[in-house]
Design a protein around this ligand. Structure first.
Ligand code: ATP
Length: 241
């Protein structure tokens, strides 16, 4: 469904963030992308969502195809309309707007009112807390609830591929586990997911396939089970020896 080939990204002259990355996400699959700070994980998601062009001086080479269609020159809104929706790092909900208004903002691109209503029902079912707090300002939610709202808002446009940038960042272990369950549920409902994570334990539990980025290159790839068993992943990302 998503096929990234020889993706190279620079920020200006001096910073080369990706050096020729190949990534595939099958329809309905979950791909975890692991790697330490600065490995290029967010850059990969920005290239797929088209938001890289919002970063001044960025230069992209290689190709990104979604459903056989080149999207590496498409603008972010067109990519959302094709069904590829990102949840950026740091949640970025509209703090002064209510939960309901945040969800509505995510649904603006949905084709008609019936689909919007179905998307909202799905979001409320996945995240009952968002129904309970519909009238509350998003800025007053806990960190975990804000992450749920950010994911819920992305689901409002009925994506076929969801791009999640470190959804576990800064959250307590129990909340991280809950977010992991929700990602599995979203996947079970037929949405493919790219899950960028520093939390390898959670990501490898949720994903079927995984890739490890190291300084802009794919250093390892395989099934989540293969990577969880790999000595390098154990040592570097799972706290083993
Ligand atoms: P993190 O978890 O810290 O976000 P990451 O794996 O997502 O790390 P990226 O944010 O993609 O990594 O960064 C990859 C490289 O590109 C790093 O060297 C980073 O400093 C650089 N970089 C990222 N964004 C920009 C930008 N807007 N301008 C210049 N350099 C950037």
């Amino acid at each position: 469904m998503l096929s990234v080939r020889n993706l190279q990204v620079r920020y200006g002259r001096s910073v080369a963030a990706l050096h020729g990355v190949d990534i595939d996400v099958p329809a309905d699959g979950v791909l975890a992308v692991l790697g330490s700070n600065g490995a290029g994980k967010s850059t990969l998601l920005r290239a797929v969502s088209g938001t890289l062009r919002l970063h001044r001086g960025s230069v992209v080479a290689g190709s990104v195809e979604f459903d056989g269609r080149r999207i590496d020159r498409a603008d972010p809104a067109a990519i959302v309309r094709l069904g590829v929706v990102g949840v950026p790092e740091g949640r970025q909900v509209f703090a002064r707007m209510t939960v309901e208004e945040n969800l509505r903002a995510g649904g603006i691109g949905a084709r008609d009112a019936t689909r919007r209503a179905a998307a909202r029902a799905r979001v409320h079912e996945l995240f009952p807390v968002l129904a309970e707090r519909a009238k509350q300002r998003a800025g007053l939610l806990s960190g975990g609830e804000q992450q749920m709202l950010a994911i819920g808002r992305a689901l409002m446009s009925g994506p076929r591929l969801l791009l999640l940038d470190e959804p576990s960042l800064g959250l307590a272990p129990k909340v991280v586990a809950r977010i992991g369950e929700i990602i599995r549920e979203i996947h079970a409902q037929g949405t493919a997911v790219v899950l960028v994570e520093q939390n390898a334990v959670m990501a490898l539990r949720v994903a079927e396939h995984a890739a490890v980025l190291e300084v802009g290159r794919v250093a390892l790839r395989g099934t989540a089970a293969e990577l969880a068993a790999s000595d390098d992943v154990q040592r570097l990302y799972l706290g083993g020896h």
